[in-house]
Write a protein that binds this ligand. Structure first.
Ligand SMILES: Nc1ncnc2c1ncn2[C@@H]1O[C@H](COP(=O)(O)OP(=O)(O)OP(=O)(O)O)[C@@H](O)[C@H]1O
Length: 394
């Protein structure tokens, strides 16, 4: 980190660590909240983001079958949040892993851990507020038995880390977070900030907290994913979005360099305004996108129901169709478990969904025993997020 890049408006202070050639600078973020200047364009973007998230939350409350749609949204977020850090598994790969089709796939295991960690965190919110303890517990799930064994799951770091290219040292790294004692103090301050009554609109607080968490970088590994997962937990705990339907990582992944540059610019120059503008626009775009996708999933379910009813399908087939929203990649043994029936009955019901055009056998020789609900996966992961972007106008 070059101290010359940091201006007087930096969102914290630089510290020199070590001596002579091994000396480097680390950044210690100032406690939240910063002094903010919410100008008119920013207020308009905040208002658009608030409206969009309100509509999404409303949809979550009014759709009786919203539970069906949460699972695919959570998985898409897990896939994209992990992809920002280079994991290659896609949505189909994650579902194949869950269906037992990819044993030993370390990438898919990491993405699945994200799902488990998020589900754990949402459940834990019933008994524990968002706090340092919750962060450690969720991190333990996220990093459970991951590759490398360096991650110290569930523990804040006890040594210096840094963000940079492989082989970088803290001397040449792009960003160096606070040394351990300052990190612990910054974490305490962050926790206190999380517990104070709302001083700013929740979406603004969310952007501040995300920056602060990343600037502190409190774990040896998994900070990007933890910071993004934390946003879903905060939205739920503040009652802004009770169901995890916002896929902010889709937005960040598509603009990864900008995302990183904005975080850096807050540290070096206190560019809170630009970070907020970028972040709030992301919330608005992704909330609108989620509303569109949830409606399409609802239409898909209604269409499938109609098809099955026209074919005089049994209640068991309808049950299996609904189970596809949780298991869009299905094997016959999985259908057996879901329906609580024997192999022949499970196979007969899967065949009915195949004949109705709902499920397709996968063509791949390795997965020949699996069946896939392609339409459902396409709605969740299809590359049409641009629609919401076009609709966006603050
Ligand atoms: N300049 C920066 N300042 C603060 N945080 C940043 C900066 N650039 C990127 N980040 C955040 O750090 C994350 C990546 O951190 P890092 O490369 O250390 O990965 P990690 O700690 O192993 O975590 P994970 O693998 O989940 O991202 C990014 O996803 C982003 O959220």
């Amino acid at each position: 980190m070059n101290p010359d890049d940091f201006s007087d408006a930096a969102a914290g202070r630089l510290m020199k660590v070590g001596h002579s050639e091994a000396a480097f600078h680390a950044f210690v973020p100032a406690p939240l909240p910063p002094v903010l200047n919410l100008d008119t364009p920013l207020v308009l973007t905040l208002s658009a983001a608030d409206r969009a998230i309100g509509e999404l939350a409303g949809l979550g409350r009014t759709l009786s079958n919203i539970r069906l749609f949460v699972n695919p949204f959570v998985r898409q977020e897990a896939v994209l949040s992990s992809r920002i850090e280079g994991t290659r598994t896609d949505l189909a790969g994650l579902y194949e892993f869950e269906a037992g089709q990819r044993p030993g796939d370390a990438d898919a295991q990491e993405v699945f851990n994200y799902v488990l960690a998020l589900e754990y965190g949402l459940e834990r919110l019933q008994s524990l507020p968002v706090s340092l303890r919750l962060m450690r517990e969720v991190h333990a799930r996220l990093m459970e038995s991951v590759r490398g064994g360096q991650a110290t799951p569930g523990e804040f770091r006890r040594s210096q880390n840094w963000i940079g290219a492989p082989g970088d040292t803290p001397v040449g790294a792009r960003y160096v977070p606070p040394p351990v004692p300052e990190m612990l103090e910054a974490l305490d301050q962050l926790e206190r900030y999380l517990h104070v009554p709302a001083d700013l609109p929740p979406l603004v607080r969310l952007a501040l907290v995300h920056y602060q968490f990343e600037a502190i970088h409190p774990f040896l590994d998994g900070n990007g994913r933890m910071g993004r997962l934390l946003m879903t937990l905060l939205l739920a705990s503040w009652g802004v979005l009770p169901h995890p339907l916002l896929n902010l990582s889709v937005y960040f992944e598509a603009r990864r360099a900008q995302y990183y540059d904005h975080l850096m610019a807050v540290s070096t120059s206190g560019s809170w305004r630009d970070w907020l503008q970028f972040f709030l626009r992301g919330v608005a775009v992704q909330a609108q996108d989620a509303v569109l996708r949830a409606r399409r999933l609802q239409d898909l379910r209604a269409g499938w129901l109609e098809t099955l009813q026209a074919r005089k399908a049994s209640a068991t087939s309808v049950r299996l169709m609904e189970a596809l929203f949780d298991h869009p990649v299905l094997t016959i043994p999985a259908a057996q478990r879901l329906l609580g029936v024997g192999y022949p009955a499970a196979k007969a019901n899967v065949d009915k969904l195949v004949h109705a055009g709902i499920l397709k056998p996968t063509g791949d020789e390795r997965y020949r025993k699996a069946f896939v609900a392609h339409d459902l996966m396409w709605i969740v992961s299809g590359v049409d997020g641009g629609v919401a972007e076009l609709l966006f106008s603050p």
